[in-house]
Each structure stands twice: as C-alpha cells, then as structure tokens.
Design a protein around this ligand. Structure first.
Ligand code: GDP
Ligand code: MG
Length: 439
C-alpha cells in the first residue's frame, strides 16, 4: 500500500468495529492519495462521494474486516469508473477501417500510429496505409516515414504544401485502389487546443468518416489531461483514448479523470518508445496503479474467496500472540492449498517479494500431504507445544508417518521459520497482511 493508504487503513484495522467518522477519516486519506496520483480534483470529489455512500450504506461497519471491505469498495468503484473491460477497435463492415488519431503536440500520435499498425499487422496480418496529415511541423512527415519503414507499412504523403483535407481525400482514394484494409490518419497537434486546429480536424473527420477517433493523451500531463480530453471530445466526439508514456513514473490518475469527464473508454496504453510498446488497457490494473497497491487487491480477493473469515481472524490473533501451533499449521495448510502456491501468494504482498526470509520458502502439494502426515503422527500435546519435540519423539513421528527423520526435522524447522515470518509481519513491517487476514 502507498504510505498514505497504509496509514488510513491501519487506523481502521485497530478497531473491531468502525464508526462513520472512521470512514470519513479513511475517505480523507483516499482523497489525498487520488490527488497525489494526479486525478482531477472534481473527479476525486465525486468519486469519494460515491464510495462514502457505499461504505456507510453497506454492511461494512458491522463486518469483521472493515478495512478490507473499504479497500475493496474503493478498488471496485475505481475499476468500474474506468470502464469494466478492455474495449476493442471498431471494424468497418467494408474495408478500409479508418482510424483517426488526434491530440496535442508531443502527446505521442505519430508513435502510436506506428504501434497500432504493428499490432494490426501482427494480429490480423493487416495491410494498413498510414496517412501523413500533419503538415505544420517540418519533421512530422519524415517521422511518419521512418515509423512506416520500421513497421513495414506504406505511408501516403503529399509534402507540407498541400492542405491536410486534400491529403486525406487523396490518401483514402489510394487506399481504395490498393485495397488497404486499414487507414490510420496521423494529424497535427498544437500546444493547446485552438479553433483553427479543431476546424481542420472537424473537416478531416467529415471527409474520412473514421470508425474510431482516438485521442492520444500524455499520462504525465496529470490534471490538465481532463481539459484536453473534454475539449477534443466536445468538438470531435472521440470514440476512445490512448494514454501514452505510462512507462514513466506517473501513477496514471489521468486515466480516471479522462474516463470520468468524457465517458469515453481508454482503449490502449503506451508503455515505451518502441513500436511494440502498446498494450490493451485494463481498468483493474490501472486502479491498482493509481492506488499504489501492487497486487494487494488480487490477494484480498483470493483471500476472500477462500478464507473463512472467522477462521482467518482467529489465525491472525494466534500469529499476533505467537501461539500458533501445529494444529493451526494444519488448518493453514488446508486454507493455503486452496489459494495456490504459497510462494506466489507471498510475492503478491507489497514489500515481500524480495524478503530474504522467503528465499527458501517453498511448498508443493505433495510436500503439504507429507507435512500433514507428519503432524498427524504427533500427539495432541506435541502439536500444541512444539518445544516438546526432542530427537526420540522426532524418530517416533518419522516412523509413524513413514517419512524419513530428516524430513521431520526439516518440517519442524520450516514450521518455526514460517512462524517467524508471520510474527515478523505482525511486528509492523507488513501491516497489509493483517488486513488480509482480517486483523
Ligand atoms: P505527436 O506530436 O503527438 O505525434 O507525438 P510523437 O509521436 O512525436 O511523440 C512525442 C515523443 O514522445 C517522442 O519522443 C516519442 O518517442 C515519445 N513517446 C510517445 N509515446 C510514448 C510512450 O508510450 N512512452 C514513452 N516513454 N515515450 C513515448
Ligand atoms: Mg506527430
């Protein structure tokens, strides 16, 4: 979790039950986290309102695990606001499918033309024609030519002295002659939205009748992205958005803002300068990125599906008090084997992936079966008090479970190790686990 959210939820976790004012406190922190991620402030305001209503209205306050529930509501709502699933490009009933790229100067239009062409060529063996309709920047046409060569797609251009409307008209005629199945139009941008640019783009739209108009937005532009998206959408009624430069260190708040103000889907994300650095947009991944939560939520989801809440809470209590014994170890192995490989689960916890304590932590289903056999061969007293396990008892257990004594030794060692790891988590370096287990 980001530090801020960590703090907000730590506050909630300390209590068995939370009050409405606790929720308000958590909402304040979430609000700041979103603003830090550069989400537009108006969007943040509406978002918080929706989440608060859900949090207060639902059974959250009475549940065993309020912090967990609130994180889940925030994440679900964030995902929902950004669109449920990836939206594909429209395909024209009759070739060519026309895609028009629009956006401010430097947003990444020309680069994205090349990336889209690559994608279409690779996935559909498409034969796209790229049209160079940016005649204002001297190097723009040349740049598209270079991109076209890189991705193996022809570029239609008439130099910088011809009106872009005419270039588009002739380009489309050429595509018809050559039976290109896609036409991707690279248009000019400005530093800011202005009337002349919009008039030109509106005309090109009328001429080309594109199946998709994709607004290309630089994710690093943060708060300003909202106004840009609103402006372009009002004038051109865009069909989707490509968010570029997500390989930078931006948290991607622009995705939430743009989607919220325009209602238009984010379709692709640019993750680098190379021609293959274009990915389909996944709202849930972006939600995690905006909240700065790693895979925490996937983990919580898994845990919710598989953990009995009450049992998990008891277990957490035992870990905290360091009274975790072999009976709990058995229970836990049953729970864990339902969730998937333990190493993978541990890695999903932020900060744990590189934890040296996990280096040798490995379990496979067969091992789990053997470990269970070993525990079943212990007496009730031994299960509760592992300190009783001296060498002669270990030999007896080995015989009883038909496992080599070395394996019994190894398992006891592993048990102590995992007990240590769990206890370490409770000693503060891993607050997240506490929420996960319903603490
Ligand atoms: P245009 O003016 O909208 O056509 O923008 P360009 O396509 O010329 O891109 C402007 C700059 O941004 C170029 O240096 C690109 O290499 C770079 N760029 C575009 N998309 C991305 C991206 O997803 N990640 C990174 N790191 N750079 C990008
Ligand atoms: Mg360009």
């Amino acid at each position: 979790l980001s530090e801020r959210l960590q703090k907000a939820f730590a506050g909630l976790r300390r209590k068995g039950k939370v009050t409405e004012s606790d929720v308000s406190e958590a909402m304040r922190e979430i609000r700041l986290a979103l603003l830090e991620a550069d989400v537009n402030f108006k969007v943040v305001k509406d978002f918080i309102k929706t989440v608060r209503e859900q949090a207060v209205g639902s059974a959250v306050l009475d549940s065993l695990t309020p912090a967990q529930q609130i994180i889940k509501i925030v994440n679900d709502e964030l995902t929902k606001t950004m669109g449920e699933a990836a939206v594909p490009l429209v395909k024209a009933p009759k070739i060519p499918t026309v895609i028009m790229m629009v956006g401010l100067q430097g947003a990444g239009k020309t680069t994205t033309v090349g990336k889209l062409a690559t994608r279409l060529i690779q996935q559909e063996k498409a034969r796209p024609l790229l049209i160079a309709a940016d005649v204002y920047r001297p190097a723009a046409i040349e740049q598209l030519e270079v991109v076209g060569q890189q991705v193996n797609a022809p570029v239609f251009q008439l130099g910088t002295d011809v009106d872009p409307r005419e270039i588009v008209r002739q380009g489309l005629a050429q595509a018809a002659l050559q039976h290109n199945d896609y036409v991707i139009i690279d248009t000019a941008g400005r530093l800011q939205i202005d009337e002349k640019l919009m008039a030109e783009l509106t005309d090109i739209k009328a001429i080309a009748q594109p199946n998709d108009i994709l607004l290309v937005v630089d994710a690093m532009t943060g708060q300003a992205a909202t106004d840009v998206a609103t402006g372009f959408n009002e004038q051109l009624d865009i069909t989707g958005v490509v968010l570029t430069k997500l390989d930078g260190d931006t948290r991607g708040g622009a995705a939430l803002s743009i989607r919220a103000v325009t209602g238009k889907p984010i379709m692709f994300v640019g993750q680098g300068e190379k021609m293959d650095a274009l990915d389909v947009f996944y709202p849930d991944r972006m939600a995690n990125r905006i909240l700065g939560m790693g895979d925490m939520l996937t983990l919580i989801d898994k845990a919710q599906q598989n953990f009995d809440e009450k049992q998990a809470a008891d277990m957490a209590e035992k870990m905290r008090e360091n009274t975790f014994d072999f009976n709990d170890f058995l229970d836990q192995m049953d729970q864990v084997s339902k969730m998937g490989p333990m190493e993978d689960i541990m890695k999903m916890i932020p900060g744990m992936a590189n934890n040296p304590a996990l280096k040798n932590f490995k379990m496979d289903p067969k091992d789990i079966a053997h470990m269970k056999a070993i525990v079943y061969s212990m007496t009730p007293a031994e299960r509760v008090d592992p300190d009783l396990l001296n060498q002669s008892r270990r030999r007896r257990i080995a015989a009883g479970s038909a496992r080599p004594v070395q394996e019994v030794n190894r398992m006891i060692k592993q048990f102590n190790q995992s007990k240590q790891v769990m206890n370490q988590m409770y000693k503060g370096n891993m607050q997240g686990m506490e929420g996960l287990l319903g603490g």
